[in-house]
Design a binder for this molecule. Structure first.
Ligand code: UTP
Length: 461
């Protein structure tokens, strides 16, 4: 099979390997889709994929947030009630994608184990787990949580949860599943050996979620539990509401198969995917692919024409995933990224290249949007839902995310009539507070003394 994909170098690696190394290589070879590989090498490595930008792109419509008209207000309050009912009836589960390598953060270990909160240093996983516990408590029903890992971080992720007793969640409430991997492909079209017993492998992108849900049996588990839709978010965004009744309810009222939150972009080139319509379907065009002329185009009132950026927050119907993956396959388009991938040199040393030597291909979950017949996009308030932790410092970093968590908690304290000066460092436990109503109730029960600038204070259990 290696030969058909023109991978003679792998035969050599295998021929010289010890029995134990051979077993590992065989396991990795078995995980590769050799039928698809030659076309990927041809179309994404040896030639650069041309991104065809459709000529009929127009901005995607969205529901504004907050509601603007009395009709919208009425619709949103009906949607919120419905979303709450869906949570009470166990029709919703959370889905966190945590299979990425988190290279930009430069943190050793699964990204979810990164300490993010500003006072107590709770990890991203703990923050989500506590939010899920609180949402479960509010609706009188354990909210199931599905966490996607990759082969590369599955063991570490599981043992982290085990060590922490699943952060107090009920038995069986957290479920892990493993996404597929893709081999890194050298610029010459040959797969890369990372060591004597291993290829250089990388997770196949968050688009791998959908098929992995089916292959792992999680789809069946969801169906058996009566789960109808998934609240999807990324492991690096602790600001996200883990299950927002308005978003869930509007998804259901609109009979949408896949819905997305959108944020008004801060400028034409903000690094967010753009919500566009083409051929009557919703599609996200990556910021790097968006023609400058379209990115900069303005409406008569001076706002960006393509205003809607994607914070990667979705609601996805279980039935939609079922139908997409019905025959055990799902072809989403691949996206190419050139990377520096360490490799095993002929003299047996591992070389860390100075410049990109390989291509990694990934698929993206948002490429399922054009496959949906019914979709829905709802605006969100950035400071309430999106604080991505991509880098250690600077833009979209652990630092900026912490600052956003603090700002939100200060705002909630003030809303509840408490005093917190600008510059105070406060942290409210999501185990007690996941929304404004919770904050008001919590501080009514547990009034806080004023928090001065520079003072650090944590609230809640
Ligand atoms: P990113 O695209 O930010 O990638 O993933 P990353 O791997 O976390 O970080 P870098 O690019 O190496 O610095 C966005 C979200 O999608 C998940 C990530 O875990 C993160 O939650 N993801 C990404 C997967 O679950 N699987 C993948 O194959 C890729």
């Amino acid at each position: 099979r290696n030969q058909t994909a023109n991978q003679g170098n792998l035969r050599k690696l295998y021929a010289y390997a010890s029995d134990a190394d051979k077993a590992n290589l065989e396991r990795q070879f078995a995980g590769i889709d050799w039928e698809e590989l030659p076309a990927i090498i041809e179309n994404y490595v040896l030639s650069r994929p041309k991104t065809d930008i459709p000529s009929d792109l127009s901005p995607a419509p969205f529901f504004p947030f907050p509601a603007k008209t009395p009709e919208q207000k009425e619709l949103y309050s009906r949607a919120t009630e419905l979303g709450e009912r869906m949570l009470r009836e166990g029709k919703v589960a959370c889905l966190t994608v945590a299979g990425g390598q988190g290279t930009r953060l430069g943190f050793d270990g699964p990204k979810g184990t990164y300490p993010i909160t500003p006072v107590l240093g709770k990890t991203l996983f703990q923050y989500f787990a506590e939010s899920i516990a609180r949402v479960s408590e509010k609706h009188g029903r354990p909210l199931l949580w599905f966490v996607m890992c990759s082969e590369l971080n599955y063991e570490a992720t599981r043992s982290f949860f085990e060590k922490h007793g699943d952060f107090g969640l009920a038995k069986g409430q957290v479920n892990f599943f493993v996404q597929g991997t893709m081999p890194a492909i050298g610029l010459d079209g040959k797969l890369i050996a990372a060591s004597k017993d291993s290829l250089a492998l990388a997770p196949n992108g968050h688009g791998g979620t959908l098929l992995a849900l089916r292959k792992s049996g999680c789809l069946d588990k969801m169906k058996n539990a009566g789960v109808e839709c998934l609240s999807y978010f990324q492991v690096d965004n602790p600001l996200v509401p883990v299950a927002d009744p308005l978003f869930l309810g509007l998804h259901a009222l609109e009979r949408s198969q896949m819905s997305s939150r959108m944020l008004p972009k801060t400028g034409p080139f903000e690094k967010l995917g753009n919500f566009c319509m083409t051929g009557g379907r919703l599609q996200i065009i990556e910021y790097s692919d968006m023609p400058t002329e379209l990115a900069e185009r303005k409406k008569a009132d001076g706002t960006l024409d393509f205003l809607a950026g994607s914070p990667a927050i979705h609601v996805i119907d279980v039935a939609f995933i079922e139908s997409l993956t019905a025959d055990g396959r799902l072809s989403l388009p691949w996206h190419r990224a050139d990377k520096k991938v360490p490799y095993l040199a002929p003299d047996g040393t591992i070389v860390k290249p100075e410049s990109p030597n390989a291509v990694k291909v990934e698929s993206f979950i948002f490429d399922a949007l054009p496959l949906a017949e019914r979709v829905m996009v709802l605006e969100g308030a950035r400071e309430e839902i999106f604080g991505p932790t991509k880098n250690a410092t600077g833009v979209d970093s652990a630092e900026s995310c912490r600052a956003m968590l603090v700002a939100r908690d200060i705002r909630r304290m003030r809303l509840a009539g408490m005093q917190a000066e600008d510059g105070a460092i406060v942290e409210i436990s999501p185990r007690c507070v996941v929304d404004d109503a919770d904050a008001i109730a919590y501080f009514k029960e547990n009034p806080a003394t004023p928090v001065a600038a520079g003072e650090r204070k944590a609230f809640g259990k």
